[in-house]
Design a protein around this ligand. Structure first.
Ligand code: C2E
Ligand code: MG
Ligand code: MG
Ligand code: MG
Length: 278
């Protein structure tokens, strides 16, 4: 086993998890039980407003507290879970847990939005929006406090159904962001036709943007493009102050990244929020 730092916790994983297919099947068999037993945990990564210099949002990122393998990052199980219907109860667990956290933060006077990552199957699931409505009612969450993050790939897998699902979010006033922008088949025609609020520039263009002239140009033109389409723009993977400054200079609206904070547990998020506020 190797130990690896992953934002607020030690992640233990065995290299065999990548190689051994049998083990993957075992993991999938255990996932249903993990959801029922609350063996999953959420970490929350702040979204930071470059104009007000305040934390204005949180993105919920799931981890699996596994009995034998320790804390598993999503890359170790989400791609497999996404291939099956199990992604529906998993997303439900994430939404419910994230809303419980948001309700608790609100009681402490913390005012942030909560973003949740969706998969293709969530966008084609007819019952999904009713689940969202019921959870919002149960935990007293307003639609404008919620945001869904969807990737281009998830959208393109079934564009028509995805579009209808996004329209239901938009009718209610739930925000919608296009995640990992620039890594999929970016076509302006469909971006324009979808009810999106925010473009999220992928980390791969941001992390080297001060050294790599092309990345810098891509970041800059994406910000302009997003704004001219009436979208807000957030950059992910900001790891230093110089990159923050460069993005602020280019008129980027929000950032996320280790420079502000790694994904952290709910209590640490609350502490950080008040530190930044003060
Ligand atoms: P994502 O939604 O694009 O999330 C951003 C990932 O980049 C997170 O990894 C985060 O920890 C990492 N990150 C953030 N800032 C920095 C930075 O400054 N530097 C570096 N090097 N990394 C940074 P994480 O938590 O491992 O999540 C990976 C992916 O797993 C997410 O990418 C998302 O696609 C997926 N995922 C996570 N939670 C969920 C979930 O609840 N449902 C679904 N469907 N997917 C999820
Ligand atoms: Mg995301
Ligand atoms: Mg992303
Ligand atoms: Mg990404």
């Amino acid at each position: 086993y190797r130990a690896k730092s992953d934002g607020g916790g030690t992640v233990l994983y065995s290299p065999e998890l990548d190689a051994n297919t049998n083990q993957r099947f075992v993991i999938m068999a255990e996932m249903a039980e993990a959801i029922r037993n609350d063996d999953l945990v959420l970490h929350f990564q702040p979204k930071f407003d470059l104009r007000t210099n305040q934390i204005i949002g949180s993105e919920a990122l799931v981890r699996w507290q596994h009995k034998r393998y320790g804390l598993l990052p999503p890359a170790k199980f989400i791609p497999q879970v996404e291939l099956t219907q199990l992604i529906n109860p998993l997303t439900f667990w994430v939404m419910k847990t994230a809303m419980i956290q948001l309700q608790s933060w609100k009681k402490q006077g913390i005012s942030v939005t909560m973003a949740i990552n969706l998969s293709t199957r969530n966008l084609t699931d007819e019952g999904f929006i009713e689940q969202v409505d019921r959870l919002m009612e149960q935990y007293h969450i307003e639609p404008n406090e919620l945001e869904f993050e969807v990737t281009e790939t998830a959208l393109m897998n079934n564009l028509e159904q995805a579009k209808q699902q996004l329209s239901k979010f938009s009718e209610r006033g739930i925000q919608c962001a296009l995640d990992d922008y620039g890594t999929g088949y970016s076509s302006l025609t469909y971006i324009k036709k979808l009810p999106l609020d925010t473009l999220k520039i992928d980390r791969s263009f941001i992390s080297q943007m001060l050294e790599d002239k092309d990345d810098h140009i891509i970041a800059k033109s994406t910000i302009n493009l997003a704004h001219s389409l009436g979208l807000q723009v957030i950059a992910e993977g900001v790891e230093d102050e110089k990159t923050l400054q460069a993005l602020a200079d280019q008129g980027c609206d929000f950032i996320q990244g280790y420079h502000i904070s790694e994904p952290i547990d709910g209590e640490s998020f609350s502490k950080l929020y008040w530190q930044r506020q003060g």
